[in-house]
Ligand binder design. Structure first.
Ligand code: BDR
Ligand code: CA
Length: 318
């Protein structure tokens, strides 16, 4: 089967770390590189975390390029003052991962994306699961490369309910102006937002069994304490949302996700709705759709993809 060539832009982050496992543990993906952004934590921390996860997985061959340090206009305000992902972005575990011995490459995230697109004979998919600052900068600085972007699959947004304010999702509200540029770009966009990602959870009743499956799920489980608390006590979800894995799973199997093609724009002026992905679910504006919007997911099959990828990675590196 044809490989899906991706560049993954992320702000590792617990669910980002799990998404890295799905990207690297599913043989259909050809991961050309990871690019980092501020988001869950400062970009120094998210870059280091990306390197730590690559060392953990024994995939130090994959390049990592450091990206944006802050949003275009909005001030950088780390989400929830660190209670979701921990101060170290990886759950402040009692057994933290060792400091990385590898380093990021010496060009920026946007330069890496541009170079990779330019040199590739085939179009490449960008999977973005943090604030969209790097992607917006790429769009603004390299319009000539846009035909080389096969599609953009993001974790971000929602049709109505937010997780950072009543109506805005964290990745979008951290840099609404960047997201606005992205949704106006004309790129083919898959928007895996909260409507679907909250439904794509590992249940609290399944998480211990997940943790006992192999050395990798155990290592990840040991980091998830505060993430479990967050979903159980604050979000009151039936389990832990695997947000950042959803755009990847959607690329692997479009049947997994229920979606509609809808007009989405990002509010950059609202007093209460700044950073909202205003989604014309009822097609009132009669505008051309700007994104394929995920509304639901076949949860069990989705979680199985993550488990299978982790089992493969665990078997490859004992
Ligand atoms: C998104 O925000 C971050 O906390 C997660 O990593 C995910 O990308 C969910 O709103
Ligand atoms: Ca993320």
């Amino acid at each position: 089967m044809e490989k899906i060539k991706i560049i993954m832009d992320l702000d590792v982050g617990l669910d980002d770390a799990i998404a890295m496992c799905l990207a690297l543990g599913n043989e259909r993906f050809d991961v050309l590189g990871f690019t980092t952004t501020y988001g869950n934590r400062h970009v120094d921390v998210t870059t280091k975390n990306t390197l730590k996860i690559l060392e953990l997985l024994g995939r130090t061959d994959i390049p990592v390029a450091r990206g944006s340090v802050r949003p275009i206009v909005a001030p950088y305000d780390p989400p929830y003052k660190s209670i979701v992902h921990g101060h170290d972005g990886l759950g402040d575990s009692a057994n933290p991962l060792p400091e990385p011995t590898i380093k990021e490459i010496d060009i920026s995230a946007v330069e890496f994306m541009a170079r990779t697109l330019r040199e590739s004979e085939e179009p490449i998919t960008i999977v973005a699961v943090g604030p969209l600052t790097n992607v917006a900068t790429l769009i603004m600085t390299h319009p000539e490369l846009m035909p080389k972007v096969k599609e953009l699959a993001i974790m971000g947004g929602s049709t109505l309910k937010g997780n950072r304010n009543p109506v805005a999702e964290a990745n979008i509200v951290m840099d609404p102006e960047a997201a606005h540029i992205v949704f106006k770009s004309g790129l083919k966009i898959k928007m895996a937002g909260l409507d679907a990602t909250w439904k794509g959870y590992i249940g609290f009743d399944e998480i211990e069994e997940f943790g006992n499956t192999n050395w990798l799920t155990k290592t990840i489980y040991d980091m998830l304490g505060i993430y479990i608390e967050h979903y159980r006590d604050r979000i009151k979800n039936p389990g832990l949302a695997m947000h950042d894995s959803l755009p990847l799973a959607w690329l692997l199997n479009p049947e997994l996700v229920e979606s509609e093609d809808l007009y989405v724009t990002v509010d950059i002026n609202g007093r209460y709705t700044y950073g909202m992905t205003v989604t014309d679910v009822n097609r009132i504006l009669n505008e051309k759709p700007t994104a394929q919007v995920a509304l639901g997911v076949k949860r069990e099959e989705f979680i199985q993809l993550i488990k299978d990828a982790m089992a493969k990675l665990a078997a490859e590196k004992k």
